[in-house]
Design a protein. Structure first.
Ligand SMILES: *Cc1c(COP(=O)(O)O)cnc(C)c1O
Length: 356
């Protein structure tokens, strides 16, 4: 039996994906070889790479100008690869500071050009999304973190700006409908909503590349990955395979529209309980609440350990909050079943009755 897995990342994957992958580990498509044993330039793997990239394109309904890449290095590498490829030494990029991940992106961008922090919610420990900010039309791009995994805030509406938009979507990619074409570059470590750790998805408009004058090392230049069909060097074969299976599952569920419905339902169930249960309290502005990472605390912090132990007995895993926020964080990624949220909510209700 599987547990109720609320881990923040790496995180829960669909059972169908795990089952199919376990078979591929022994014999991939009747080849007599494990998926781990086949060459990355064989037709067998080329089909996986093609299908994964096409599924991203199809599920995000990307315009033709976009290229979809699967790269090494995590979202963390994108913090530097984005400015290295887009920002001139004397240019300025705008960033909205919504927490730890934005900050890491800002820090890297400063190595390549000027950074204008156009908005920040730092003064209140990032418990909301800044809404009033000015982005200079001279800015090379505006970078946002669409979902803030640690604090549990999420952009509900994309900012309207005249400069190219760059999004770190690591923790909410394909969890809701969105006009992805409003962006010029989107990146996501796939281990939260679209696969297992080890690979990062980058969707980039070809038209924004090749404009900086600096020399870019071969493996960090997006154009080389585009030219080589995302196979400049040995790609993380197994991670891409898992991502392809996860995207197939996502498509079969009904794509981003179906995910949005399910994720809204899951989040509403949990937030309703947080709001009515006298023991618990949400930590962020209601209008900015994330449907992916639900953060909450207890009015009596001395009960937190006891609640955690209680939920463990119910096979609830991964709800301890990030150390910078405390309390609890339940991550409700695409593959987390509605039933798991029901079990958590029941546990909250029961615990609260016991303490009344
Ligand atoms: C998890 C996460 C990252 C870091 O991803 P890595 O793949 O570990 O580098 C970056 N940004 C956001 C929003 C995340 O949730």
């Amino acid at each position: 039996m599987k547990v109720h897995n609320f881990n923040a990342g790496p995180s829960v994957l669909p059972n169908e994906v795990l089952y199919k992958a376990s078979k591929a580990l022994i014999d991939f498509e009747g080849s007599g070889m494990s998926i781990l044993e086949i060459g990355h330039r064989t037709p067998l793997f080329q089909a996986v790479m093609d299908e994964a990239r096409n599924l991203v394109r199809e599920l995000m309904q990307l315009e033709d100008d976009f290229e979809v890449l699967y790269l090494h290095g995590g979202a963390t590498q994108q913090f530097l690869q984005v400015p290295m490829n887009l920002l001139e030494n004397d240019g300025t990029a705008s960033y909205i500071d919504t927490g730890v991940w934005s900050n890491k992106a800002i820090k890297e961008a400063k190595q390549f050009g000027f950074v204008d922090v156009a908005g920040s919610s730092k003064e209140s420990n990032y418990n909301y999304i800044p809404k009033q900010f000015n982005v200079s039309p001279k800015s090379t791009y505006l970078h946002i973190t669409t979902n803030n995994t640690i604090y549990g805030t999420q952009w509900q509406q994309l900012p309207e700006v005249d400069v190219p938009l760059v999004g770190d979507m690591s923790s909410d990619i394909l969890s809701r409908q969105m006009d992805f074409n409003k962006f010029s570059l989107i990146y996501a470590g796939v281990q939260k909503n679209m696969g297992a750790a080890g690979v990062t998805m980058v969707a980039v408009r070809k038209s924004i590349l090749g404009k900086v004058t600096r020399k870019i090392p071969t493996i960090l230049d997006y154009r080389n990955h585009v030219e080589n069909g995302s196979m400049l060097n040995t790609p993380p074969v197994f991670s891409i395979y898992i991502s392809m299976l996860t995207l197939r599952w996502l498509r079969d569920q009904g794509g981003a529209a179906a995910m949005e419905k399910l994720n809204e339902k899951k989040a509403a169930l949990l937030y309703d309980e947080i709001d009515q249960n006298p023991l618990f309290r949400g930590t962020v502005a209601k209008e900015d609440r994330s449907r992916m990472n639900v953060c909450f605390i207890m009015d009596k912090p001395e009960l937190e350990d006891e609640f955690l132990k209680f939920t463990k007995k119910e096979d609830i895993v991964g709800i301890k909050g990030h150390r910078s926020v405390g309390g609890f964080r339940a991550s409700l990624y695409n593959a987390l079943p509605y039933e798991s949220v029901e079990v958590l909510v029941e546990a909250m209700k029961y615990f609260s009755l016991k303490k009344a």
